[in-house]
Write a new protein. Structure first.
Length: 318
């Protein structure tokens, strides 16, 4: 009888525990049911790549900075400048752009025929927050830069690609850019300005300097628009850099070309402005194009697991 009573008690305990287990199973989410996605930060990011400008013609040699009057005289006090910023990889257009948005150096052809093997910032961002394509966009005057829209990564790839808007070379591209921004208000933007590089390859020194000045004006106008737009104002970042510089005057054909590891080709410009960017900072701490990927990912609160480089913590307000 004692054994029977213990058995009944055990059965009751087992039944109660089993009942709790069933309730727990019922309360679990269906693994096939789509999980809610977190909302992206309110901030937007604008990466402006001014193609082929040596450090010496922008932030470097000229104490008056005549080629970048808006950046130096109006924007500098609102943001951060890194004076020792480099492309330490292949100093060509496609590898330079891909280095910035993937965080790794890749020896890809410079004709846009080979995509990155690791994801871009656009893919990381879209997948993390499940955003539509129009929320990420590449504007470029060189159509080969369509290679920047997505990678060959099976985890990311074309399903998370950025939109691509080709801009006419030898033109003022801002109106077309602003039309898109007003229509879609994308959150992650790459704008590549080709004119300085094109003028350099034409061996047109005055045209090269004028193209740098035009780029400086475009950046100022873009920033002014962002500060006046109801969605972007006070919630936008702008990073400006270069995919590569140009040969030193003593190397080969001088400023006409690029592609070697000389200081002229590797030493480039960097400026950042935005809500969590240090104001009035001029730092000589060394950085590279790869660090832009890590820094943008950090500020957008996304993971970039395949990216190298580091977060540019010296420019960030913590």
């Amino acid at each position: 009888m004692k054994f029977r009573m213990n058995s009944i008690k055990s059965l009751k305990n087992f039944s109660f525990i089993g009942f709790l287990g069933i309730l727990a199973l019922i309360s679990l989410d269906d693994p096939n049911e789509e999980q809610p996605h977190r909302s992206p930060p309110q901030e937007s990011f604008f990466l402006v790549m001014v193609d082929g400008v040596r450090y010496s013609e922008a932030l470097g040699d000229d104490p008056a900075h005549q080629s970048i009057p808006h950046l130096w005289n109006e924007l500098r006090s609102q943001g951060s400048i890194l004076t020792e910023f480099y492309n330490t990889g292949p100093t060509y257009t496609c590898p330079g752009h891909l280095g910035m948005i993937t965080g790794i150096w890749q020896s890809v052809p410079n004709d846009g025929s080979q995509r990155s093997i690791v994801p871009t910032l656009f893919e990381y961002y879209r997948k993390a927050y499940q955003l539509p394509k129009e929320q990420t966009v590449v504007f470029a005057q060189k159509t080969k830069l369509k290679v920047c829209t997505h990678s060959l990564s099976p985890e990311y790839g074309e399903a998370y690609q950025a939109d691509f808007v080709p801009l006419k070379p030898n033109s003022e591209p801002l109106s077309e850019v602003l039309n898109y921004l007003k229509t879609y208000h994308p959150k992650l933007v790459l704008l590549s300005i080709a004119e300085p590089d094109l003028q350099g390859h034409e061996n047109n020194w005055n045209g090269y300097l004028k193209a740098i000045q035009s780029s400086d004006q475009l950046i100022h106008q873009l920033w002014s628009f962002l500060q006046q737009d109801s969605i972007y104002q006070q919630k936008s970042y702008l990073f400006m850099s270069n995919d590569h510089g140009r040969h030193l005057d003593s190397i080969r054909d001088g400023f006409v070309s690029h592609g070697c590891p000389c200081t002229g080709c590797q030493h480039i410009n960097f400026f950042a402005i935005g809500p969590r960017i240090q104001k009035g900072l001029i730092s000589s701490k060394q950085g590279t194009l790869l660090d832009i990927c890590k820094t943008v990912a950090f500020l957008l609160e996304i993971e970039a697991p395949y990216a190298g480089g580091r977060v540019l913590s010296e420019i960030v307000v913590h």
